[in-house]
Design a protein around this ligand. Structure first.
Ligand code: FES
Ligand code: MG
Length: 571
């Protein structure tokens, strides 16, 4: 087999000379002899990506494994997406990071890639990029932080902030105590330790077959992560020999397994958008409705915050991801492959559950039906989603008067007003937060409740938004409403006092207005597309080309693959 990298290094003459000479600098000449695969390590670490900073150490262990197996490791930095830092939202750059990964893998002498991610958008971006090049690839999820504790209790990152900040707003926790909780919450390397987006996407990578089985969820501080990184380096060299490219591992059946896993772990709603986008890169026909259909009747087995009690370190202690997968083995598609060259289900069957408070047995689940529900109706003609497992059961069928906010700034300006016309039955509507409207589709859908209702003891209300919700948040929140308001969705036509009806068992979300009334309200209060004011740069490109949440919010011209064909020589 001729290695792809030999298009650069192979043969005599000026061009191979140039490619080798600039690379050598201490590397022996036979590193480029065509027998040693060139293994890229796409590293999303950076000082402004604190959840991924330890991936520099992980990369070293991957390199050790690559060298040991006879390959040449080559670390390539990937733009940093620190979820808590980058404004307006890290999601604005998921597609850019994916594009960077895709283009740099294609443009360089690379035969395979090891993808190092963790913080929310990084694993999706890496998988999207690698899928569009379709070379052999394998993921090392960076792993979660160790458990945090505050006031003698477990405190999960994200989830703890939402809870404590509500306490501050309700006047039951001091600002000083609130600040003290910061370092108690985050005490080690790694990504968020709740079942938020980062934890979810690491597990999704494993469910898709893209990791060494049993690796996802290994805490960032655990030595076994480094051991697995070493083993992954070895595996990457083997992947080249087998030409086990992304499209040979990830198939429609892999997404079936990912959706089952997503329900069983009670994973983040953000996984819906990311999995749709990854499928889009591979030309796999995955739809929003697949999530509802495949996820239906999958039991919730993992008792993790935000919906439950524990954190990722506990999940690992209780048997880890494979112990969960074992419980739902019969729901998995046995034909779905892994990077190991055998089906995922081959690795299942003998992983005991060591703590049944953390991982429930199949016969005694936390909930019988943990899937994500896909809602439709005149308010979301292309779909919206809700995670019933994180919602209040009594609110899953509800009618209430809309209280409408045109932006998150509008919401913050008015929500604390004691004269705001809102009660516990109201439905809070936030629009202008979709991919185009914001832009980037921020995690704002889990709106804080009005203080006057919090003081009355109200802890959840129905909320409807075209944005996303943090994977660490909870509540009866209808999100990812499509089409979004900025793309002409019905959400743009809703006015204060309109009755909104939610019926999750029947998968409906409606505004109780006739078609005539809705038509009479067009054009909406603001012209389509006028939400974002992107004049130049990436934001402009993004707003002009981003597609709806219902298909993964990828850019229209990035859907699909351009493969790994070596392009022109400039010398
Ligand atoms: Fe990085 Fe949560 S902020 S994973
Ligand atoms: Mg997040």
């Amino acid at each position: 087999m001729t290695l792809r990298s030999q298009d650069w290094y192979g043969g005599d003459g000026r061009d191979p000379y140039i490619h080798r000479a600039w690379m050598r600098r201490g590397i022996p000449g036979d590193a480029f002899d065509g027998k040693r695969p060139q293994i890229a390590i796409a590293n999303t670490a950076g000082d402004l990506v604190p959840c991924n900073l330890h991936l520099n150490e992980v990369a070293q262990y991957v390199k050790n494994g690559v060298y040991e197996a006879g390959g040449i490791p080559l670390e390539i930095p990937v733009m940093g997406l620190g979820e808590t830092l980058v404004k307006p939202t890290a999601m604005l750059w998921r597609n850019l990071a994916a594009m960077q990964v895709e283009e740099m893998l294609r443009a360089n002498p690379v035969d395979a890639v090891v993808l190092l991610g963790g913080c929310d958008k990084t694993i999706p971006a890496l998988l999207m990029g690698a899928a569009s090049v379709d070379i052999p690839a394998v993921v090392v999820p960076g792993g979660p932080m160790l458990n945090g504790h505050f006031r003698g209790e477990l405190m999960g990152c994200g989830t703890g902030v939402w809870q404590l900040s509500e306490e501050v707003r309700a006047g039951t926790l001091s600002e000083a105590e609130f600040e003290r909780s910061e370092t108690a919450m985050i005490r080690s390397k790694g990504h968020c330790n709740t079942m938020g987006t980062a934890s979810t996407m690491g597990i999704m990578a494993e469910a898709l077959g893209m990791t060494i089985p049993g690796l996802a969820g290994t805490p960032a501080a655990d030595a076994r992560l480094l051991e697995a990184a070493h083993a992954t380096g070895r595996l990457a060299v083997e992947l080249v020999a087998e030409q086990r490219t992304v499209s040979k591992v990830i198939t429609k059946e892999s997404f079936h397994n990912a959706i089952v896993a997503l329900a069983a772990i009670g994973g983040s709603t953000n996984a819906v958008v990311h999995l749709l986008a990854i499928a889009g890169r591979l030309g796999i026909d995955l739809t929003l409705d697949d999530f509802d259909r495949i996820g239906a009747n999958v039991p919730l087995l993992v008792n993790l915050q935000p919906a439950g009690e524990y954190l990722m370190e506990d999940l690992f202690r209780a048997g880890g991801v494979l112990a969960v997968f074992d419980q739902v083995k019969d729901l998995f598609d046995p034909s779905a492959q892994t990077v190991m060259g055998v089906p995922l289900t081959d690795f299942l069957g003998e992983h005991p559950v060591w703590d049944r408070d953390v991982i429930s047995l199949r016969e005694d689940p936390l909930q019988d039906d943990a899937g994500i529900a896909v809602l439709r109706g005149n308010l979301a003609t292309r779909g919206a989603i809700i995670k019933p497992a994180a919602a209040t059961a009594e609110l899953l069928v509800h009618r209430g008067k809309a209280v409408v906010f045109d932006s998150i700034e509008d919401f913050h300006a008015r929500i604390d007003d004691p004269d705001l016309d809102v009660d516990a039955d109201s439905v809070l509507v936030l629009r202008g937060c979709g991919p185009k409207g914001y832009p980037g589709m921020p995690e704002v859908a889990n709106l804080p409740l009005p203080p006057k209702l919090l003081k009355q003891g109200v802890r959840d209300m129905v909320r409807v938004c075209d944005g996303r919700m943090s994977g660490t948040a909870y509540g009866t929140v209808v999100l990812h409403v499509a089409p979004e308001a900025a793309a002409g969705g019905t959400l743009a036509l809703v006015r204060d006092g309109d009755i909104i009806s939610l019926d999750v068992p029947n998968r409906r979300i409606e505004v109780e207005l006739s078609d005539e009334e809705l038509a009479a309200r067009r054009p909406p209060f603001r012209e389509t597309g006028s939400f974002a004011h992107a004049e130049r740069g990436w934001q402009k490109l993004y707003v002009e080309h981003v597609q709806g949440a219902d298909t993964g919010a990828d850019l229209d011209f990035l859907v699909g693959s351009s493969g790994s064909v070596v392009t022109r020589e400039s010398h």
